[in-house]
Ligand binder design. Structure first.
Ligand code: UDP
Length: 173
């Protein structure tokens, strides 16, 4: 698992730098984050589903859609990062939103938020797609007094507005 190991070794390197070179460090473990200004073409689930629903194209759920993710709105994440920077906590800490949805529920929520009539289609599941991703944020809550405050519905509405604007600009060109 080169992706997982890559992240883990980066944390170990940071701690080594802190110990041997006296570098001031913070280690944030950032979970799925979304919001305006997210690259519409990056192929992640939030941008794909919104792009598809806005033009009534099929929404592509990978696998059977029972895998879960939990999405943190960008301003909540930034608040968490700033709290971490301003703290003196130097060990790994999870930042994310623990509200968990499966991808089928998420597709339905995007469709409902946009009022789209896209159909939902099922496509091949990428290899090594985690079945579940949900941060345990008790530490961040305890140490930083931080917890996300924007729920998925509200965050999605803001995000959709931005994607709609980008789409309108492209059409006007
Ligand atoms: N996914 C999906 N349809 C898409 C893009 C992604 O069903 O068009 C699924 C993907 O298989 C994964 C989840 O959505 O289970 C989140 O994918 P993303 O790449 O956004 O984040 P990550 O897998 O890195 O958590």
């Amino acid at each position: 698992a080169c992706y997982d190991e890559g992240k883990r070794v980066a944390e170990a390197l940071f701690i080594a730098y802190e110990n041997f070179n006296n570098v001031d460090i913070r280690i944030a473990r950032i979970f799925n984050t979304y919001g305006p200004y997210m690259d519409p073409q990056d192929g992640r689930v939030v941008s794909n589903f919104i792009n598809q629903a806005l033009v009534n194209q099929p929404i592509t759920v990978y696998g059977d859609g029972t895998q879960t993710r939990s999405f943190c709105y960008v301003s909540d994440l930034v608040d968490g990062l700033i709290s971490l920077i301003n703290s003196d906590y130097k060990r790994p800490i999870n930042l994310g939103n623990p509200d968990e949805y499966n991808m089928l529920q998420f597709a339905e929520l995007v469709r409902e938020t946009i009022g789209s009539n896209s159909e939902i289609i099922f496509c091949e599941l990428p290899i090594d797609d985690p079945k579940r991703r949900c941060p345990d944020i008790r530490l961040a809550n305890e140490i930083l007094g931080w917890a996300p405050s924007i729920d998925l519905k509200e965050g999605l509405e803001n995000t959709v507005k931005w994607y709609q604007k980008i789409l309108d600009l492209a059409v006007d060109k």
